[in-house]
Design a protein around this ligand. Structure first.
Ligand code: GLU
Length: 471
């Protein structure tokens, strides 16, 4: 494969949010460019004015920035390049590769109904191909609205090589006379996409499999305009766990939603990289920098890739744990603020985060995992019979008294105290830990007692033990 001067692009149509499939396309293009010391450009395909969504472009740019996919050129906006496409459409008409079509929405509707009744494939039947130049002129002069359609060959095959899927062949008669310019004067995706890929000197088109059936139309245009055809690589579909096409109905698909739910960009990028690609060593954990070295179009799979939210969550947990505690603590402050928890003891806060980061997979989970270190613990509200047991009260009182005379609440001292309790009160194991944990933490299960006491501090531990001894 010739990878000299690689130029690739991410060419989203701004629909309001970035789909995880879009993130994968952007990422693979980015990685391919980095790996080959090429150029990655961003082109906003916004010629469908009916689908214009306010704020969609800003949203897209922010999301790309957040996940760290920096582009070298762009963003180019197709909506600002209309004259360029118009020139190419005129050229196609003049050279006999495209024609003006005056059919109205109603004409098209009736045509389809007729085809359905006759059990034929529904597609434009090419009736305006046959209009005389005189008729065309007359229609234009009388102000009739028209579109420009491609004059697709009516027989034979179109063949091309896809880097992922190998040799692909389509029958021309299965391809419709695609609209290239709409009656509102804007080009369709197909024309603008081909013209821009040419003008922007794109060498490789890496995009989702859903565009595979559009490729014959694009090849037609490359040939009709006598342009050099880029290399195609169509990425496998993204699937729900039940193997249906990944859809919003079965869970989140917007990258923004994942970010809001507390996924880290590192985890998203790493996970999305694995959707349809594998490394030579089957390694799974990759930073963006490592992916830039490792990525290759040769190891893209043909089979659809299942989007497994559980795996993403697990990976997110991995990234949370690998973050430096102080940095993570900074990132988590916002959740504490939202939960109304004031952090004034920094040392305690870092200890709490250091402990809890082992136990969470999503950033917001930090609150249920740690709020008991900050909030008032009302033992009367604890739903457990153990807390009311006389032995539990005795243990709590014993610990409150013993802790108050300890200078040091080190791990070792607490372990000694556990031994002492067993000797004095003849209690050990669950019978000792459950009451203590309920008293200190409100739950039977959770961190070890020495950790709990360290996180709460001596004073707060004594306070909680005293309260529990009176329940
Ligand atoms: N604008 C298309 C999209 O929204 C681009 C497809 C392509 O890459 O050619 O995905």
């Amino acid at each position: 494969m010739n990878t000299d001067n690689v130029r690739v692009r991410f060419a989203p149509s701004p629909t309001g949010y970035l789909h995880v499939g879009g993130l994968r396309t952007a990422l693979y293009n980015y990685l391919f460019a980095r790996k080959n010391k090429g150029v990655f450009l961003l082109r906003i395909e916004d010629t469908d004015r009916n689908r214009y969504v306010e704020g969609a472009v800003d949203n897209l740019l922010n999301t790309l920035k957040f996940v760290g996919l920096a582009y070298d050129e762009g963003p180019y906006f197709q909506s600002e390049r209309n004259d360029i496409y118009k020139g190419y459409a005129d050229k196609l008409v003049n050279n006999g590769y495209a024609y003006k079509c005056f059919c109205t929405t109603e004409d098209l509707y009736l045509m389809r109904e007729q085809q359905r009744t006759n059990e034929q494939d529904t597609k434009y039947d090419g009736r305006c191909r046959k209009l005389s130049s005189h008729k065309i002129e007359e229609n234009v002069e009388s102000g009739k609205r028209y579109v420009i359609r491609a004059k697709i060959p009516q027989d034979g095959h179109v063949e091309f090589n896809d880097m992922v899927r190998g040799k692909i062949s389509f029958r021309w008669d299965m391809v419709e006379d695609q609209v290239l310019m709409k009656s509102d004067g804007y080009p369709t995706y197909h024309l603008a996409n081909v013209v821009d890929d040419h003008l922007m000197r794109i060498t490789h088109i890496i995009r989702g499999e859903e565009w595979l059936t559009s490729t014959p139309k694009h090849i037609f245009l490359y040939q009709a305009l006598d342009l050099k055809q880029p290399v195609f690589a169509h990425l496998p579909l993204l699937l729900n766990p039940d193997k249906s096409k990944l859809s919003k109905r079965q869970g989140d698909v917007a990258v923004e939603d994942f970010i809001l739910k507390g996924y880290l960009p590192e985890a998203l990028v790493n996970y999305v990289a694995l959707l349809g690609w594998h490394s030579s060593e089957d390694q799974e954990i990759f930073s963006l920098k490592e992916l830039e070295q490792e990525f290759s179009l040769k190891r893209i799979n043909k089979a659809g890739a299942v989007f497994d939210q559980e795996k993403l969550k697990w990976l997110n947990g991995h990234y949370i744990r690998s973050l430096d505690t102080v940095k993570l603590a900074e990132r988590l402050k916002i959740y504490f603020r939202q939960a109304g928890i004031t952090i004034d003891d920094k040392e305690k806060y870092y200890k709490v985060i250091n402990f809890a980061k082992e136990r969470i997979n999503l950033l917001p989970d930090i609150i249920p995992e740690t709020e008991m270190f900050y909030s008032y613990l009302d033992h009367k509200n604890i739903d457990s019979e153990i807390i009311e047991d006389p032995l539990s009260r005795k243990i709590a009182k014993f610990w409150a008294d013993e802790l108050s005379i300890l200078d040091d609440i080190s791990d070792e001292e607490i372990k000694n105290l556990i031994k002492k309790t067993t000797d004095k009160l003849k209690v050990k194991g669950k019978k000792l830990y459950f009451p203590l944990r309920l008293a200190l933490y409100g739950k039977e299960h959770g961190p070890n007692i020495p950790i709990l006491i360290e996180l709460l501090g001596k004073e707060e531990s004594i306070k909680r033990l005293r309260s529990a001894s009176g329940v």
